[in-house]
Design a protein around this ligand. Structure first.
Ligand code: NOJ
Length: 540
């Protein structure tokens, strides 16, 4: 694969820096911890790492509230540590994608500190300020995802400011030219440091409707999806006016023009809109927008062959020359094994889920711990850190359960993550699945993950071939991948019951069994698929 296109079909391993490795025994992971684990990450055969934010922040949203875009939070280390991290990653041929939170800042950011003072300062319109209604109430009905009204009163200006997330995360006003330029300058700072790309947080939230129109109500029954449920009133609205505004495409094009000046750098947008698949397609069209985008469509609770097929087919129908990135887990949702596997960490299920993710057409974000099959950690209310969880407990317990520290060593203190109690507890079940407990077991989920990715690199058809779904029994996800006339049949049994696939109509070229997943077997004209088994074959 050429340097410039590594990202097409690339595997991006997501590092949540607070929880990868604590090098200085303060209970929180850090950049030196990531450096110490780069050899491990390299052994997974991934192409890149996306590191969640490590910039200066009061950590109200654990780094997604940035107070200085050009500095490292002391909790995570120093700029010298980051330089060392890039150098070592590159020496291991691992690309570095950093997280850019462009839509909002922390309320501690110097821009906001100035903007909130009065209506005349040099940053007065860098945030979204609006007068109250005549009765003093908020300008409109917009809601914040993390609970309550999206507007917060600022006495100094006698105005409200907009926040789509926490009230300590004021939204920037992208309609302001100077602000957009300042944002782009911050991005360029990191391009000059040699990063290979950006994951763009909440990119659909950059713009708001300048007329501040009310969002329409969403009827009951349609309030699912996008990671929200009826437990959160945010799901009761169509977010037409505070999300995915038409101007966003213009900003994306400005951003891309900057990125293009640094050949090889890529962009990965986080999309959450009323029609996320359509937005993924729109934002990645042509050569002047984002390189790739992911959304929450496979981060939901729906786990069936029909749902995955429908999602991917719908995207494929509109993506054109755009490019998707798929994820089945990340730091915002319950661990996939718990969400899709009814809580059990069955190794065959874990292997199948990872193999399936790596076989879809597109790039992939694979979240730290998925190689170990980590389950959602049970967190007591008293232990909760995530303000989202605290606000919606007990109906929604927040995102702490997927953010607990990595278990490195089964018998070590704090599973080898730290020598002191970490910021979130490590469940004993996680320690059982620690890296060192899996390392020497050829059948472990960890070694399956490594083997699959090594094998995948030898299968260009899986990296960038077209995808076409095939009819099969209800529990089977069946598709063909095709590249330059080479065709591969790919089957996954998503259920805990055995099933079979009728091979009639196919001519076998070669059965492929080196992938490290539990393999199905061709018997006569039938492929027998034990629970969670997979089957790959080159076909004519
Ligand atoms: C999406 C991030 O993934 C999430 O963790 C964060 O809370 C919000 N954006 C706000 O930045």
């Amino acid at each position: 694969m050429g340097q410039v296109t590594w990202w097409r079909g690339g595997i991006i391993y997501q590092v949540y820096p607070r929880s990868l490795m604590d090098s200085n025994d303060d209970g929180v992971g850090d950049l030196q911890g990531i450096i110490a684990k780069l050899d491990y990450i390299s052994s997974l055969n991934v192409d890149a790492i996306w590191i969640s934010p490590f910039f200066k922040s009061p950590m109200k949203d654990f780094g997604y509230d940035i107070s200085d875009y050009r500095d490292i939070d002391p909790m995570f280390g120093t700029m010298a540590d980051f330089d060392e991290l890039i150098t070592k990653a590159h020496s291991l041929n691992i690309k570095i994608i950093i997280d850019q939170v462009l839509s909002h800042t922390s309320d501690q950011h110097a821009w906001f500190q100035e903007s909130r003072q009065n209506r005349t300062n040099s940053k007065a319109d860098w945030y979204v300020w609006a007068d109250p209604k005549d009765d003093g109430s908020a300008p409109n009905n917009w809601l914040a995802i993390f609970g309550g009204c999206a507007w917060e009163w600022e006495p100094r200006r006698q105005q409200y400011y907009l926040h789509n997330f926490l009230k300590s995360q004021p939204d920037l006003n992208f309609h302001c030219d100077d602000l957009r330029q300042a944002v782009l300058d911050n991005v360029e700072f990191w391009l000059k440091k040699g990063v290979d790309g950006f994951r763009l947080d909440a990119i659909t939230f950059c713009y708001h409707d300048e007329l501040l129109r009310d969002n329409p109500a969403k009827p009951k029954g349609q309030r699912q999806g996008r990671g929200f449920s009826e437990d959160n009133p945010y799901a009761y609205q169509y977010h037409y006016y505070n999300n995915t505004r038409p101007q966003t495409v213009g900003f994306i094009e400005e951003l891309r023009a900057l990125i293009n000046r640094y050949p090889g750098a890529v962009t990965l947008g986080e999309v959450s809109s009323e029609d996320s698949l359509a937005t993924m397609a729109e934002y990645t069209q042509g050569d002047d927008r984002l390189h790739m985008a992911y959304s929450f469509e496979l981060l939901t609770d729906d786990f069936s062959a029909a749902y995955i097929r429908q999602t991917v087919e719908e995207l494929e129908a509109s993506i054109g020359n755009g490019w998707p990135c798929w994820a089945i887990g990340n730091h915002d949702v319950q661990r996939v094994v718990t969400r899709w596997g009814k809580g059990e960490s069955n190794p065959d299920l874990v292997k199948m889920l990872n193999g399936m993710l790596f076989s879809l057409r597109g790039s992939v974000c694979s979240y730290q711990g998925e190689e170990l099959g980590l389950t959602e950690a049970p967190i007591e209310f008293e232990q909760l850190q995530d303000p989202f969880g605290i606000a919606f407990w007990p109906m929604f317990k927040g995102r702490d359960g997927c953010r607990t520290p990595m278990p490195w060593s089964k018998d070590a203190i704090q599973a080898g993550f730290s020598n002191v109690a970490p910021w979130l507890p490590i469940p004993s079940a996680h320690a059982e699945n620690a890296v060192d407990a899996q390392e020497h077991n050829a059948q472990s989920t960890l070694n399956s993950y490594r083997r699959f990715l090594a094998w995948r690199k030898q299968q260009p058809v899986l990296v960038s071939g077209d995808i076409r779904f095939v009819e099969a029994n209800v529990s089977i996800l069946a598709f063909e991948r095709e590249l330059a006339g080479n065709k591969m049949l790919v089957l996954f049994n998503l259920s805990e019951q055995s099933t079979s696939f009728d091979f009639d109509g196919y001519q076998l070229n070669a059965e492929l069994n080196e992938h490290g997943l539990l393999a199905g077997k061709l018997v006569g004209n039938t492929i027998e698929l034990p629970p969670f088994a997979s089957y790959f074959a080159n076909i004519k």
